[in-house]
Design a protein around this ligand. Structure first.
Ligand code: ZN
Length: 188
């Protein structure tokens, strides 16, 4: 018998193994079935710190803004949890990602631009893994405890200098656009 959306979601919520969880979420990302969105929305609404964030990220990657109203509704009902970083920020980030797509953006550069002060929204390594940017050069400043990432958007070619701040319990990043092409040109 076919499992219902609720049953599938509950099954996923019980997965303890990290690798298995990753595999299941990637499967939902690759699926074109409408049901994959329904399952993800159920997981998003679960309020579980891990699953809500994973579901939000996958919904962002699925890049379908049709589900924005439902996501906003769920976001507003998510409970606050104690913690150094509010897990609901991941939902906010993916709502912004989908709004950007809805507005016709072909890449995430306009969102990176907003993060011109230190913020937790965009980790360049994750952006590279998901195929949005390429890190052309990485410079570790050991004495000063920070890393510089020289990145290029895979879609529009805009260049970014990203610096991290690891003095917090979670990393923060600052994205600055390199508008003078002669600057750092040997890195690109
Ligand atoms: Zn771009």
């Amino acid at each position: 018998m076919e499992k219902t959306v609720r049953e599938r979601a509950n099954e996923i919520l019980r997965i303890k193994d990290h690798g298995e969880r990753e595999r299941v979420y990637r499967g939902l990302l690759e699926s074109n079935e409408a049901e994959s969105f329904e399952i993800l929305l159920k997981l998003l609404a679960s309020g579980d710190v891990i699953h809500t964030q994973m579901a939000a990220d996958i919904l962002g990657l699925k890049a379908d803004p049709r589900y924005l109203p439902k996501m906003r509704e769920i976001r507003n009902q998510l409970p606050a949890h104690k913690g150094l970083r509010d897990y609901r920020w991941t939902v906010d980030r993916n709502i912004e990602i989908l709004e950007n797509i809805e507005q016709g953006a072909k890449c995430r550069c306009d969102l990176y631009e907003v993060q011109s002060g230190f913020g937790e929204r965009f980790n360049p390594r994750v952006e590279q893994v998901e195929g949005f940017i390429s890190i052309m050069r990485e410079i570790v400043h050991r004495e000063e405890y920070f890393t510089e990432y020289f990145c290029k958007c895979n879609t529009c070619g805009r260049r970014w200098r990203v610096t991290d701040e690891i003095g917090y319990h979670y990393s923060l990043y600052r994205w600055e656009e390199i508008t003078d092409k002669r600057r750092y040109d040997t890195y690109f």
